[in-house]
Unconditional design. Structure first.
Length: 274
């Protein structure tokens, strides 16, 4: 089979696959590619989460952990109620929510696929208060609600497959480039040119959705901007150039959050659950 036919067959196959794998992110309606089954990622995340609980030191600050759980429960209920009232499928319907507080001076928090959430005690220096905790919670939960991990894994798989196809069809040009430079040059350019901008788009979407979820849950979303002002102060100019990062810069986030603030407050007021 010649290369032209090979590419034609592959293109048709990929096109058919993409056609049946497109969906939209909740609320923002951004088009998404989902090739990896969500249930598979959720199961893998649950296994990793258990290992983290075994290997990391859990904080004995039960007061803060209970506050995190309380915020999380309000957000769980508000998100489900919002989608119920909007007559839309609840993207958290299959979540098995869980919350931990890890005793480590790292300014970070995360939410795995399926609702497995962790805060690090170092993040408390940034959140400062209940509204701050809710702002971070909203952002992390938004990643899971918008299925960002599914989307990222799908895009990674597609790019890897595409690169192999191009390498075969071009007679090994990509492999030659990597051998000549002595590094994965193609992978680096893909990361900087495709994956990093895509990841920054997800982070901005999580910022926006996070504000919505915090507002729906009855928290003061004005604290979100203050968090990033504090984070910028903590970083003290140590942030990498934005094009090299998977996250928007603090200045970009502060600007965007301020632009979204009034809209979110007006369009997504607290939901009263009876």
């Amino acid at each position: 089979m010649d290369r032209r036919k090979f590419l034609t067959y592959i293109g048709c196959g990929c096109g058919s696959l993409l056609l049946h794998s497109c969906s939209s992110a909740p609320i923002t309606e951004r088009k998404q590619l989902k090739l990896i089954p969500e249930a598979k990622l959720n199961a893998q995340a649950a296994q990793v989460y258990e290992k983290i609980k075994e290997n990391e030191k859990m904080s004995d600050d039960t007061k803060t952990l209970n506050e995190i759980r309380e915020i999380g429960k309000k957000m769980e209920d508000s998100i489900s109620e919002y989608f119920y009232r909007a007559k839309l499928d609840d993207p958290t319907a299959n979540f098995d929510w869980e919350y931990i507080l890890i005793d480590k001076k790292v300014r970070n928090a995360w939410c795995m696929p399926g609702g497995k959430i962790a805060f690090y005690t170092g993040m408390l220096d940034v959140t400062k208060n209940t509204n701050g905790l809710a702002a971070v919670m909203g952002h992390e939960v938004a990643h899971a609600v918008a299925k960002h991990s599914v989307e990222r894994a799908s895009r990674g798989a597609l790019l890897n497959t595409g690169a192999r196809i191009i390498d075969i069809a071009s007679g090994g040009v990509l492999s030659d480039i990597n051998r000549t430079t002595g590094m994965n040059t193609v992978g680096m350019l893909t990361q900087l040119g495709i994956m990093n901008p895509f990841n920054r788009k997800q982070e901005s979407e999580a910022d926006y959705l996070g504000m919505i979820f915090s507002s729906l849950s009855g928290y003061d979303i004005r604290e979100t901007v203050k968090i990033w002002e504090r984070m910028k102060e903590f970083n003290k100019g140590k942030e990498p150039p934005q094009f090299m990062s998977t996250h928007p810069s603090s200045d970009t986030r502060i600007k965007q959050l301020n632009e979204w603030m009034n809209e979110v407050i007006l369009d997504y007021p607290p939901i009263k659950i009876t």
